[in-house]
Design a protein around this ligand. Structure first.
Ligand SMILES: [Zn+2]
Length: 152
């Protein structure tokens, strides 16, 4: 379902703000799904943080960047990383509908595109408060973006 959504222009337009040099979100997701190591540019992990259905983090080498979509570190610099991981809350995943799962993957992929060096950015905004709890206003922005991809 996520792959089908990413294949539509109305959903895909939210990815690859960097233009033709950006990565293809479907390709990044497929490679992560079939990754057998954590040395791919995106890989999956699990979380037991019950405040979230899933979360994303930069991994490996962190670099400062001028990419406008990059998220801001605690010291105020914009950063990207050479790898990223999506951590799935297994309980939420097992209890979620296929629509919820697809939406969760696309939402997290949106964050990954803003974190991963060379991915090329997305419209999805940083949506955690300091300490990791969800930022409701930013979550609402991301929910509006996601409606171009998945309708529940
Ligand atoms: Zn989010």
């Amino acid at each position: 379902m996520a792959m089908g959504a990413l294949a539509t222009t109305v959903c895909a337009k939210h990815f690859g703000l960097g233009g033709s040099r950006s990565m293809d979100p479907s390709t990044v997701l497929v490679r992560a799904a079939f990754a057998t190591t954590t040395v791919t540019n995106l890989f999956f992990d699990s979380t037991t943080d019950d405040r979230v259905g899933a979360s994303s983090d930069g991994q490996a080498i962190i670099v400062t960047t001028t990419d406008p979509w990059a998220y801001t570190a605690t010291d105020g610099t914009k950063i990207e990383s050479t790898r990223a991981k999506i951590s799935i809350n297994v309980s939420s995943w097992n209890n979620g509908s296929s629509t919820w799962r697809a939406g969760t993957l696309i939402h997290e992929l949106g964050h990954v595109f803003n974190m991963l060096l060379g991915a090329g950015g997305s419209d999805f905004v940083y949506d955690a408060l300091p300490g990791g709890a969800p930022n409701a206003e930013a979550e609402a922005t991301n929910a509006r973006i996601l409606r171009d991809c998945i309708q529940d």
